[in-house]
Every structure is written in C-alpha cells, then in structure tokens.
Design a protein around this ligand. Sequence first.
Ligand SMILES: C[S@@+](CC[C@H](N)C(=O)[O-])C[C@H]1O[C@@H](n2cnc3c(N)ncnc32)[C@H](O)[C@@H]1O
Length: 356
Amino acid sequence: MLVFLNDRVNNYSHNQNFTMSTALTETRPAKSSEDSNIAINEADARTFHNTDAAYVLPNDNIEHQRLELQSRLLYRLMGSKVFHSPLDRSEIHKTLDIGCGTGAVTHEMASMFPDAQVLGADLSPVPGVRQKLPNISYVQGNIMELEDALFERNSFDLIFSRLLVLGMPNWKAYVERCVALAKPGGWVEMHDLSTKIQHILPHISSFEHFRPHSITINEIANSSHPTDSYYSPSAFIWDSILNKLLALKDVDSYCGSNIGSLFTDAGLTDIHIKRYMFPFGTWDELTGEERGTADYMGTSWKEVLPVLFKKAGENAGPEYAEDVVKAIRDVKKFYESYEGGRNFLWMYVVCGRKPE
Ligand SMILES: C[S@@+](CC[C@H](N)C(=O)[O-])C[C@H]1O[C@@H](n2cnc3c(N)ncnc32)[C@H](O)[C@@H]1O
C-alpha cells in the first residue's frame, strides 16, 4: 500500500494565504510510468462510504487533503469567493451545504452568516480538519433519503452543492428535492462540472475567451455562446469509458451543463449561469489561478483517477473489468501529453431563486 500524502491537514480557511508551492509540497510527487494493474491494486487500500449511493470517490485522509486543496484552488479560480447568488445577509437564517465533504464551504457559510443555522450533509462523516463553528450541524446520510427533522420543506434560505458530479443519479429528482427544501424567496446554488474534456483549437492564440463568463440555457443547449467556436470535444477513451460506467448507475457526468435547464423545469426563477474554465492540461498563457488548478489536475487527479475507475468498475459489475483496465491505461497516456495539452473542463455555477 502506498501512502500518498502526509497525515497532517492544516486548519484552513478560504481566506488564508495560499501558494501553489504549498499545494505541491502537500502532494506526493507524480508516479513514474507503472503498469495499470498496480494502479488498480492501490485502489484497494482506499476507503469509501458504506451506503448504496452511487458516489465513486474515497472518504479517507488522502481524499480529505485533496478536497481541501481543491477547495482553495476553486476559491482562487472564482475570484476569491464561493457564493454567486445575490444574498442579503439579513435574510439568511438557515442554510444547507449538500455533499459537504470536509466542510470547507460549510465553514465559509457559517462564517458569512454567523447568526444562521448552517447544516452540512454528507454520506460520510465530516473529518475534523478545522474548528467547527458553533452554528454548524453536520448530518450524515444520502440527501435523497435524509428524513431528519431539520430537513423541513420550505425552510432553507440558501441551498448549496458543489461537485456531486461523480455520484448523483437522477439530477432532476435532486434539483426538485432542493427546490422543495428551499424557502420561498430562497436561493439554490450549484457548482458542478461537465466532465467532457474539451480541447482549445490549435489556431487559437488568445485565451480571453476562456475566462469566466455568463452563459444562457439556450446558448448551452445550442453550443452557440461566442466562445463555443474556440474549442471542440477531445476524444479520450478514458473520458468516454468514465461516462459509460457512471451512466450505468444513472449518473450524468455532464451534469454541470444541464443544471440551468433543470432549475427552470423545477420552477426556479432569476437563474444565472456562469462558466469557469477548469484547465486539464497546461499551456503558457494560463493565469496563476488557472495554472494552480492545472497543476492540481496534473498531480492529485492523476492519483485519484485509477481509484475512481476501480470503484466505478466495481459498481458496474465484472463484465466491465476490461474497460477499467483500458481506461487506466489511457489515463496514463493522457498524462504523458499533459504539458502543452490545451484541454479543459467547464465548471458551471448556477444560481436560481424559489418564487415567493
Ligand atoms: C467531490 S466531493 C465535494 C465535497 C465538497 N462539496 C467540496 O466541494 O469540497 C463530493 C461529496 O459529496 C458527497 N455525496 C455524494 N453523493 C451524496 C449524496 N447522495 N448525499 C450526500 N452526500 C453525497 C460525497 O460523500 C463527497 O463528500
């Protein structure tokens, strides 16, 4: 068994100074090329939630450190903020962070709204990586099944979730559940990826188009945003195998791009969608914030992808074992051309309000 990261997790707040060198010293150096079977065996050493939910990533100390790092990087990528909804502090009395992981965003919520009751819900116990603020309560369970008395309909002024992409089946039902829990006038905000890897076209030399921008539901549906002519989908085998394995459990790995229309269908109004480039390769013109995310995807994700494939393969059944091996081999190839590979994912930030 390999231990990738040291056991220490610093007390952490989004606002603390953070540099990529800090990030990289916390991360095990990238492995040299190894046989994909070794990567599969490594996955056996990880621990996972013990529910029947579809989520495929581990819940151990290594994963907690990855989530903490990712959270800091996202904070920087989004211009030193988490929440995008136009929130009026005096109106926020009860909030929910769904799939709260290590509680990074829950902590942010609780400090922003010190008088509010703040709930964090997750399949796994929330680790003690930081001091728990007095207005936070953590609840363990699947958000689609939790019947805790705290989860009253029409009771939350803000419902937030981030990165449920690798485990939420039936996004329609999930969005409807959130809308039911939100108070009339309250906000629902979701940050999620579309895991379809995109490639910046070779003739493009200006990268302004890839900086954060607003986009409409129609532009997403028709790929008609002005930026859409600057890139095209990449054809990596592992990307399509991931999509296929998750789809077997009804998990939509492109969910980020569908959240806006699901919000409309569920009756939310004042919908606003912002799109952030999440680099999945490096190139010279990346900003410092983008470079931070790219380096993280080049190290932490390189480690976690084989683990993810092993778990998704287990969920899918023995007939998919060959796909898992193929995918892990292809991931290795993908990382061989990571430097200079102008690939990225879109991260969608979607906010909507429940009518009064
Ligand atoms: C990728 S992590 C993101 C954690 C956190 N939102 C963040 O951005 O740092 C996804 C988290 O969602 C949780 N999760 C997945 N499916 C869930 C479900 N159905 N109900 C509650 N939590 C869920 C997982 O256990 C995991 O901690």
